[in-house]
Design a protein around this ligand. Structure first.
Ligand code: TEU
Length: 551
């Protein structure tokens, strides 16, 4: 069984990583150019979000052909060279498989539209009248989750955009097609897969209205999801690859089953509950300050629950769907460096596999756009319209979009202080924040005290100290509203991690830094020099000591 416990995955959004052919869009040859940067940082795997042929309605998560490369990102030869060159640097490429839905441009859906019954059964079509939705379910991108096709007198299900039609996993032919796709990429030397919203693939036998919510309770962690995953992994022969499932609105119990090696499903899971602590009433587009005690509780629940059940967490704050965490949970102005480092350390010492999302390692911030015209994301544009129709002023709606938009995580990688941040020679597809002049990889690689070097040390520590990869975990300071603190230990070593999530001094209910030092703990890493009685704003302190035989 593959050991992922001391590995780190770097997520690349190819469209925004490095443009090599001067069209303002990142591409595969651009990634090739940056492999040594990624190796120096310490990445073991590179997760590339989809670059398959796609109308790009959802930036590639609307796949029209699972077995080739969209020309805007390069050629199959480019990908094969990337796989080979990454392998020479002991890095594996992970692909992003969007198996819950295809683009409506996919040939399967086109054949379904032409009346082919077999291909209609690849999707979720329901006979009906144009004025009667099959169910009242909502799309996660706003609006209804069904689209009517007059020529067929049928509706089809789309949990996301109207151009993303949900696949019918109950159909064995669909499952065989998807297994073939995995075998194709394994043959190419791909070393892992991320499965997009894979806990939504099993739909209920009977579709009914949801009078308590938006329908997700009927299809999330659905009735056959575990057997579908076991069958896919077994038949595609990918049990020895790095696999991670994106689990939308899931539960600890299910995630234990998804990621406990005994279940032979996936190697690890992404769950998102910790990234909803600033959603008022759980609603993404209703703002509130991050509830830090709730964040702490969720970390403890998931860390202890998965430890107890033998599951494995992917550890992350950032990805291509999330605002930048230094702007969201940190302070990207007064305590930019301190809060970026504290947030990184707060999860890198936890039990799980850390994911570093492009730009996170240099403290990239939210976009700071001032006009809706600067945005590109379909979800953001849909919700801007919804917010305005709900009566929000242009300014109020822009503020909400500014805080929540997925485009915050999709601004081009800031490589240099130069034109277009060294990402491209021309105006990129999405504009680059002015702060690239002082937040960029070139500058930070030259500064030993930079966020970049802090990430490099965190990643190196995970390989050097087995206690991080294999140790047990327990939480301290449970009643402290400001400080996340936990302990890791194995036979040889124990660590104590103290993180102040506030932009002000924070007292400790248990041991103070002075107590740790008096007890002979050594400081392993931190974001301030020395220590004080209380934790300084956004301070992180990590102590280590040899494990005492008796405890
Ligand atoms: O994301 C699914 C998902 O949970 C988020 O899109 C979330 O639902 C959305 O941002 C609303 O808050 C995956 C991909 O990561 C995302 O980029 C795709 O848009 C989506 O699936 C559909 O494929």
């Amino acid at each position: 069984m593959l050991d992922i416990r001391d590995k780190v995955v770097y997520q690349i959004y190819p469209r925004s990583f490095q443009d090599s052919d001067g069209d303002g869009i990142g591409d595969l040859r651009g990634i090739l150019r940056r492999l040594d940067y990624l190796r120096t940082l310490g990445a073991d795997y590179l997760w590339l979000t989809p670059f398959f042929p796609s109308p790009q309605r959802d930036n590639g998560y609307d796949v029209a052909d699972y077995r080739s490369v969209d020309p805007r990102f390069g050629t199959m030869a480019d990908l094969e060279e990337l796989i080979s060159e990454a392998g020479k640097r002991n890095m594996g490429i992970m692909l992003d498989m969007v198996f819950n839905h295809t683009s409506t441009e996919h040939e399967w859906f086109q054949k379904a539209l032409s009346g082919n019954q077999d291909y209609q059964d690849y999707y979720i079509f329901r006979e009906g009248e144009p004025d009667k939705l099959p169910t009242n379910w909502a799309s996660k991108f706003g609006g209804p989750a069904w689209e009517y096709v007059p020529g067929l007198s049928k509706w089809y299900l789309h949990l996301f955009d109207v151009t993303q039609a949900d696949l019918n996993w109950e159909n064995p032919a669909v499952r065989e097609e998807l297994k073939d796709i995995l075998r194709f990429w394994k043959e190419k030397g791909i070393r892992g897969f991320r499965f997009d919203v894979v806990n939504l693939i099993s739909k209920p036998e009977r579709f009914e209205d949801d009078f308590e919510g938006d329908g997700r309770r009927f299809y999330t962690d659905g009735p056959h999801v575990h057997e579908f995953l076991q069958e896919m992994v077994r038949d595609a022969g990918i049990e020895d690859m790095v696999t991670v499932g994106e689990m939308s609105s899931t539960s600890i119990e299910n995630c234990i089953r998804y990621s406990n090696p005994a279940e032979k499903e996936l190697a690890m899971v992404f769950s998102f509950h910790h990234l909803k602590v600033d959603y008022r009433d759980g609603k993404k587009w209703e703002l509130m300050d991050a509830d830090i005690p709730a964040l702490k509780q969720l970390f403890a629940d998931w860390q202890l629950g998965m430890q107890e059940g033998g599951g494995w967490n992917a550890l992350f704050y950032n990805n291509h769907d999330q605002p930048r965490v230094v702007s969201r949970f940190g302070d990207d102005k007064k305590y930019w460096k301190e809060s970026a480092k504290m947030l990184a350390a707060s999860i890198h010492f936890m039990r799980g596999t850390p994911y570093v999302y492009q730009g996170e390692e240099i403290g990239m911030t939210n976009a700071g756009y001032q006009a809706i015209e600067e945005y590109s994301d379909v979800e953001s544009l849909n919700y801007y319209g919804i917010l305005r129709r709900e009566g929000k002023s242009e300014q109020e709606a822009l503020h909400i979009i500014g805080e929540r938009s997925r485009d915050n995580g999709r601004t081009p990688m800031q490589w240099t202080a130069g034109a277009y941040a060294g990402f491209s020679e021309v105006e990129p597809w999405l504009s680059i924040p002015e702060n690239h002049r002082c937040i960029n990889a070139e500058l930070e690689q030259q500064d030993e005290d930079s966020i970049w070097h802090f990430y490099r040390r965190l990643i190196a520590l995970r390989k050097e100290r087995k206690v991080i990869a294999e140790g047990k975990i327990e939480f301290m300071e449970r009643e402290n509203p400001d400080v996340l603190s936990y302990r890791r230990w194995n036979e040889q070593e124990e660590l104590a991690v103290l993180c102040n999530f506030r932009g002000k001094h924070a007292g400790l209910l248990g041991k103070s830094p002075a107590d740790y030092e008096r007890e002979g703990w050594q400081k392993l890493i931190g974001n301030y020099d020395g220590s004080e009685e209380r934790l300084r704003p956004f301070e992180v302190l990590v102590y280590t000591r040899a494990k005492r035989t008796k405890q």
